[in-house]
Design a protein around this ligand. Structure first.
Ligand SMILES: Cc1cc2nc3c(=O)[nH]c(=O)nc-3n(C[C@H](O)[C@H](O)[C@H](O)COP(=O)(O)OP(=O)(O)OC[C@H]3O[C@@H](n4cnc5c(N)ncnc54)[C@H](O)[C@@H]3O)c2cc1C
Length: 510
């Protein structure tokens, strides 16, 4: 269930074996729409029919704001609406997972599953997922990288190489300047296989059990109720919100919570929905004195350039350049990321701003704060209650403020002299740590990376074991971003694809 980043990989890899039959259920519709392919237009997909359009609960550390959380609702899931940055994360992230007792999930163990997916353009890497350099970058991204070099950081050609610390342009999941989702990379080539059936607009409402064994799924398909029986296993890949939601709706979750909602408890699984982690991002914005940003990129000429050659500003992923840095020399690996966007990416790009501007944003890579996903009702069509609890752990605020202050220093330095206009956000009156903290509380938003709500592990609160089987029941696995025990210090699409590649190999006995 769920044809997102993980689900499409699974559908392809499992049906490579003609003996395995797969029914893939996706709540959203198809992805044959040009607007899903234009990289620079990703924020135009927000709050449309391809977005679950979630809102969090009021966030206590963020002025009780209810944050907007987009998640993809179409073939390809969030990989069909994301910002396309391809980043594996740090080897130390996976070694940490292994140190928690997750045998087979250290970096050396998972590396073959990254490389199995990867099809780096211009290399001999044969994987199905096309990963390319950006075909269009701006002088703003270049100034950012130069500012990093002046501050003593390495300029990196690839954040997925041996070192992550430094500044550089991102690699992106694109093919010929168009978005590459897991639907385009994995599902499309498998669609004609007779052993794969894909149902769109099929919203899974409940996992069906026979005793403690998952035997199928109930779903609503274009207004009618239906069910499907699994001969082998039920695989849940509905993402960090959808997967715990469906488990709880099916009676697998914290027993008191289920009882409060009159859901019969099949298995008390206290960890379901817990351990929610996300990357919080906060930006500072400046006007730009030269017309070199993405403002005004939406012209017929640029559209033709993109349609004809896959080039020009519309092939930009907006978040063109980045950096991984440490908030203190005492920390072994980068715990902050900076992103440079050569445009007004304010309020998810939803607030129109005039003229040319650019944004530098700081992201806390390994937050200690933990949130929770809960049900609000037993109705499967109502959204879950999402409480990320951002910045509730000691230390998270301090580290993120370091990132913001450093971003400001970079822009105030000589590399940006040509471009830097006024500081619009937070603005010159917001001085010192207090001004930045106030800005953080008013303006911080999700970087769209929720994970961890069906955590892998072998303790009492772990939801799945290291083969991603739901502990305490049979015939059911969770395979998506929700299984991450701790969030990766990078972006979450590549790790999710890796998880699905590894799970497919496990299921095929490889
Ligand atoms: C706006 C945005 C920008 C991002 N940018 C980046 C980036 O640049 N780089 C990066 O690495 N990561 C990025 N991410 C994060 C990354 O895309 C996700 O971590 C990843 O796609 C998660 O994969 P998944 O398979 O766990 O979930 P998803 O890809 O979200 O898939 C879940 C699927 O399940 C379906 N589903 C849910 N519930 C049901 C149900 N009840 N019945 C049937 N189907 C259901 C959903 O519709 C969806 O298709 C971004 C995400 C977003 C939203």
């Amino acid at each position: 269930m769920g044809a997102g980043s993980a689900g499409c990989v699974l559908a392809n890899r499992l049906t490579e074996d003609p003996q395995t039959r797969v029914l893939l259920l996706e709540a959203g519709g198809g992805d044959r729409n040009l607007r899903l392919r234009i990289p620079a237009a990703f924020s135009k997909l927000f709050k449309t029919d391809v977005d679950w359009n979630y809102r969090t609960q009021p966030e206590p550390q963020l002025g009780n704001r209810e944050l907007y959380w987009p998640r993809g609702k179409t073939l390809g899931g969030s990989s069909s609406i994301n910002a396309m940055i391809y980043a594996r994360g740090q080897p130390a992230d996976y070694n940490f997972w292994r140190s928690l007792g997750n045998i087979g999930w250290g970096f050396d163990d998972v590396l073959p599953y990254f490389t199995r997916a990867e099809g780096y353009v211009g290399s001999s890497a044969p994987g199905p997922l096309s990963i390319d350099r950006l075909r269009f970058t701006t002088p703003i991204g270049q100034a950012f990288i130069e500012a990093g070099a002046r501050a003593g950081f390495a300029t990196l050609d690839n954040f997925n190489g041996p070192a992550q610390e430094g500044f550089g342009f991102f690699h992106v999941t694109q093919r010929n300047g168009r978005r590459e989702s897991t639907a385009t990379a994995y599902l499309a080539p498998a669609r004609r296989r007779p052993n794969l059936m894909v149902l769109t607009r099929a919203h899974a409402t409940k996992i069906l059990f026979d005793g403690a064994r998952a035997v199928g799924v109930a779903y609503q398909h274009r207004g009618t109720t239906a069910s499907a029986r699994a001969d082998a296993e039920v695989l849940l890949a509905c993402g960090a919100i959808g997967s715990p939601q469906l488990l709880m709706l099916s009676g697998v979750g914290p027993k008191d919570h289920l009882r409060d909602l009159a859901i019969p408890v099949l298995m008390d699984a206290p960890g379901v929905g817990q351990n929610l982690q996300d990357h919080l991002v906060c930006g500072i914005a400046f006007t730009c004195r030269e017309p070199v940003t993405l403002a005004g990129a939406e012209t017929i000429g640029n559209l033709l350039r993109w349609v004809g050659w896959g080039r020009g500003p519309l092939s930009s992923n907006v978040a063109e350049a980045g950096a991984f840095i440490r908030s203190s020399p005492a920390i072994a690996t980068p715990d902050l990321e900076l992103i440079c966007a050569p445009t007004w990416f304010v309020d998810h790009g939803l607030t129109p701003m005039d003229g040319h501007g650019f944004v530098l944003a700081a992201i806390l890579l390994r937050p200690e704060s933990r949130g929770v996903v809960r049900l609000t009702t037993s109705d499967p069509f109502q959204p879950a209650a999402i409480a990320p609890n951002y910045l509730t752990a000691d230390g998270d605020i301090k580290r993120l403020l370091h990132g913001l202050a450093f971003s400001r220093e970079l822009v105030r330095g000589p590399s940006f002299d040509r471009y830097r206009g006024e500081e619009v956000l937070p603005g010159p009156t917001a001085s010192g740590a207090e001004g930045l903290l106030d800005h953080l509380r008013r303006r911080a938003e999700t970087l769209y990376h929720p994970v961890g709500t069906c955590r892998m592990g072998n303790d009492a609160e772990a939801v799945v074991d290291s083969a991603l089987r739901v502990r305490g029941v049979d015939g059911l696995r969770v395979i998506d971003a929700s299984i991450m025990p701790r969030i990766i210090s990078g972006h979450t699409n590549a790790p999710t694809i890796m998880i699905a590649e590894k799970a497919a190999a496990l299921l095929r006995g490889g």
